[in-house]
Design a protein around this ligand. Sequence first.
Ligand code: TYM
Length: 333
Amino acid sequence: MENEKKSVVLSCIQPTAVPTLGNYLGALKNWKYMSEDYECYYAVADLHAITVRQEPAKLRKQTMEMYALLIALGLDPEKNVVFVQSHVPEHSQLSWILNCYTQFGEASRMTQFKDKSQKHADNINVGLFDYPVLMAADILLYQADFVPIGADQKQHLELSRNIADRFNQVYSPTFVVPEPFFGKVGAKVMSLQDPTKKMSKSDTNPKASIGMLDTPDMIVKKFKSAVTDSEAKVYYGDGKDGINNLMTIYSACTGLDYAAIEKEFDGKGYGDFKAAVAESVVDSLRPIQDEFNHLINDKAYLEQCAKMGSEKASYTARKTLRKVMKKVGFWQV
Ligand code: TYM
């Protein structure tokens, strides 16, 4: 129906490095998929990025590149709201308010905080601790119904739901309580070198992850050296973390289910399988890479899109923030 209100979708990605195949299959592919039928807000989360020390010039460059990559995915900047988080100050403002409705205990239970504190032991800043509350602000500002994310963000989304529920109960219904959205496969893409660990932008071993801008050559090489097992039989099962991961990737790129993949590679070795997985990844990334290479030279266009995105995002964000400030009891003039 023409005038039926569309469900709202929001998600963000940090501009801390070139995104990986994990980011793509776990989240960005679904962003694109949802962009046709929903009212979508997609942002580059630069405020989150500074919870870990960043080099300013590099952060600026990576933010623009990440923005270009989102447009290159095929997200139409006219139809979707594609913006940079720090361009919309309401994120920080709501985040402060939500801090006062978040318990220290529940924030302390976040496993990503514990992991990152260990990894960055010399810089366990308050922002790192507060990170999931800012995420809640990102989501709740737009009254998002669905949040397409990978499995690693599930706990943060649960916290957003708890904060929204609590606020709604203390005052009156104010926020939509968001649902996570996971794709059929790919919610957790694992490292190619240690398939018990998730594929991560920050992995120091370059062979462990595929970057979305890696050349076909690099992609083929990395899959060739992916860790598997000694059984030399392609099937999804216990103790086959490496093959399970490659099957997940192949399934997400080709749309084939595990039974069809097992059949395709029945009697073939891992060499053939790895080559096919690499080819499916190269084919999936090629159109995005081509579009990215074209867009990245058009800085004026990217700036124009980012401005338009932040204006549209601010319009919605301001409405929610004003409502919240009124409920909390701030004097508004
Ligand atoms: P970030 O930048 O680490 O990752 C972006 C998205 O990619 C997903 N992802 C993966 N999915 C499958 N397999 C993997 N190996 C993999 N690695 C990453 C993540 O789950 C995420 O969906 N805190 C968020 C950014 C954020 C956000 C938000 C997300 C800020 N505000 C509001 C949703 C809503 C983050 O650091 O994602």
